[in-house]
Design a protein around this ligand. Sequence first.
Ligand SMILES: [Fe+2]
Ligand SMILES: [Fe+2]
Length: 299
Amino acid sequence: MSAEERRLPVVGRHGDGPSDQNGGVGGGVGTGSTRPDPRRLSEGWVHRFVAAGARADEMIALYRELGFEVVADPVLTHDLEDGCVVCFSGGGEPYRSIYTRKAEQAGTERSNQEIPMAEMNPTQVLREEHEQILQVAGALEEVLAEAASDAVYDRIGKCIRFIRLFADACHHGKEEDLLFPALEDEGLPHDTGPIAVMLHEHRLGRQFASAMAESIDAARSGDAVARRRLLRAGHDYVGLIRNHILKEDNVLFNMADQLVVGPRCKRLCAAYDETTSHTFDGCAKRELEELGREIVSGV
Ligand SMILES: [Fe+2]
Ligand SMILES: [Fe+2]
């Protein structure tokens, strides 16, 4: 069975609920919402993101597991850039500005500009695909809230197709077959830590997509139980994929950008291109991207 076949027709048991499956963590994450501390940068720290609560703790733990030093500075009012005060005001747990640096750099002052840059970026394509996936997830969330109609079920059906072919076969396929093995070559473990977490979440996403696919026809014909299952699986998927992409963009992909450089990065990007030339259930990537645009525009 090929890697593509392994992903496309996955049928799994539906999860037990959105909160436990999606992590159930509080707090939020933002990037670029504060001015990085020049003193930190001069000491070799890289500013990663601003976060609060359990989500910040989760990401800090992931970075430490990957061998990075982490500091979490409190976000002060004078650190905020124009227009960001509202984001950081009000109740809830305090936001922290997260910086990392490789453990072996500790005590070695160097400028941020001295960090080796990849000739090509090993995550750029994947980050761009994340944007497309998030847009469709937002459209799915909207359509799930609409009253039942043939047009609504048609749009949900398009979302399921996009999720299975673009988000899973095309996008997760590149992560599982190319990026994650490249990171394992750099020393990251397969069975524990962030790669294991990402693989687990890919499997959950397949279960949610399967639950949607299995229930949509009965829901369309008026089966109330099937409709509830469809809605629950859809919301579970939206919550899962948002949290998953947040972790990849802010933790694992930042690691990849630092670890997979030079010739290894070139090989990885060439492999992405080769995978992108495939079709997924007969659809080219550009056709799936067009499907995503149709979904988002409400066509
Ligand atoms: Fe992923
Ligand atoms: Fe991803």
